[in-house]
Design a protein around this ligand. Sequence first.
Ligand SMILES: [Zn+2]
Length: 446
Amino acid sequence: MSQPVNPQFISDTVDALASDLVRFIQTLVQTPSLPNHEHAVQGLIAEELRRLGLDVDIVPSRFEELRRHPAFNDDGFDPEGRVNVVGRWRGAGQAGGHSLILNGHVDVVAPGDPALWSASPWSGTVRDGKLYGRGACDMKAGVATGIFALAALRRLGFQPAGDILMESVIGEESGGIGTLTTIIKGYTADACIVLEPTGLDLCPLQSGALTFRLTVPGKAAHAAMRQHGVSAIEKFALLHQALLQLEADRHAAYHTDLYDDPRYVAPISIGTIIGGEWHSTAPERVVAEGRLGVFPGETTAEARQALEEAIRRVAQADSWLCNHPPSVEWFEGQFEAGTTDLSHPFIHTLSAAHRAVLGSSPRVRGVPYGADLRLFTNHARIPAVLYGAGDVSLAHGVDESITLADVVTATKVVALMVARWCSDTGQQSAEEGMQDYDTALRRDDA
Ligand SMILES: [Zn+2]
């Protein structure tokens, strides 16, 4: 049996690597990687993984291999020429050692008007312990966390029993084609940490989201004689009211203590409305587009049915809509919810590693937004959590930033987690973690 890696050694080694870690995040942020343009940053990551001595695969995302998969979302981006990077640290294959995927995405959302930023969105400026730039928080710091956790363990001479995969993927923000590619290609492990910014909370649940289009018919008439027409805007208002009620009813029926705000686990929101042709004509049509949240444990079919039924009920009770029913289309993003069982041993091990580094157990919670977690849990049967440094409310905004001390902490936790989970003492450390984790849950109940 190999010697368990000492948490203090890991901590000291990560501290010694901290300035390299910051420089690496800076370089990643300074290399823009909007969807379809992730090539340069993936090249840097592949180079870094090779420098660590990992076996590196360059894995292209190809439309023809993806499009038939049920989880594929054709988001309008051209996936041709886009690559994912997978670094493999091969385990010795001893009994007891688990394998692990560390996953992060390099694509970032558009920075918006650069004039609103204090410095260029691609500056990577460090100020008061924070690093600024698009993708700093979501989630180039997360990708760097995984790579530097492995760098620290290489330096300590750690020998994993099970394989460790470091995946740097594309296309997460627009539906997850990068992670889906790795799943289709057969990359697998006993567990996965998606290194998204969770403020170092442990998040084994995520809600889903379905995009819909609602078309509401009316009847045009001169505004001065509007009693001869039917305003599609007024009919839409009825439907909108019903959607707000549906949102409230669905949440009243869903019981959880794992979400920050249990009223918004799976929100329903209208994002755009187009209606009417002219100010003095009763509007003959409204087209509204929105997003329906999916609860953890709910299928996308069940969620769609709930919305369609709510629309149908309103239509049946209305003298116009019952003969001119509104239509519902489902288009673009159709993202499932994802869940990992809270009692899974890998969650215990991660919780214990967090406690060893921070002195207290992590908060366990679900997140209301989409991430690649669902692809692992639903389409690869790999238990997965979101865990990483950074405040997700800073993601996608102006002056996005990451607190560097938190990235260093996350790197220590992930390194210790890898050292325990992937060593031949993995089973034992999972059992030790169980006790710690039960304590955390009891605290959450209190
Ligand atoms: Zn992200």
